[in-house]
Design a protein around this ligand. Sequence first.
Ligand code: CP
Length: 304
Amino acid sequence: MKNSSLVSITDYSVDDILQILDLASFFEKNPRPNFISDKVVATLFFEPSTRTRLSFETAIQRLGGRVIGFTDAGTSSVSKGETLKDTVLTVANYADLIVMRHPIEGSARYASEISPVPVINAGDGANQHPTQTLLDLYSIKKTQGKLENLNIVMVGDLKYGRTVHSLIHALSNFNPTFHFVSHKILETPNEYKLFLDEKGIKYFEYSNLDNAIAQADVIYMTRVQKERFSDLMEYEKTKDAYVLRRDMLEGVKPNMKVMHPLPRVNEISIDVDDTVQAYYFQQARNGVYTRQAIIAKVLGIDVK
Ligand code: CP
């Protein structure tokens, strides 16, 4: 395996993606192999996180590695005015791999270009969240038995949602049909629709969630991301537009699953949590196996 950063899901070929899913399955069955006991991994989180940071740190520890880093840039020398470049070059002296979340789009690409050690993008602004996408694909394959020819209903913040943007790119390799459900203000950006047009991938846009549900193999709910809005009036107009309730799941396909990258605010009613369709907490668990696989690949560890 080669040693390289993961910044965008488009850095990975279909073969790379399938290799990660295969490795994740291996790690699900073999959770604690000591593959990186000589490695230190830095987790630099310039934005809040629960799942991404903690599942990465769990993955590192299950692989036998050690973790350094910060969860709040305010406790680092960034608060004194240190640049991203100086932070990355300094931390690269201490760690074999950097996992970074940052609010600025393109920051992970920049870090990967200046860093002497590989960088994994744990989310850069509204741009990309490739490790979430890989765990989403793992979850889809695990529940649906395949990735090909699925009807994927994406709901909520399709404009700022980096998880949605990465997932559109990745799933486009597997002939999906997308059903985009969003408020007009938060619809899928044109660049993604043009990309799908060029690839000949079908997509439909809806303002009413009820009209999309019956076709779904997966409903991918997302949070309206208050932190990305420059105009809070627009947030107020859109924040309650779509709420998935238990009664809306009557008549869905037998194997349909509801996924969400989390955190949720109110877009999935808690009465959905104990339905057979709810999969979002198992999805978060899959993040550990998938991130073990990503770390192994990025560090060039021969697992099998
Ligand atoms: N899905 C996700 O990125 O969650 P966190 O923001 O909690 O890391």
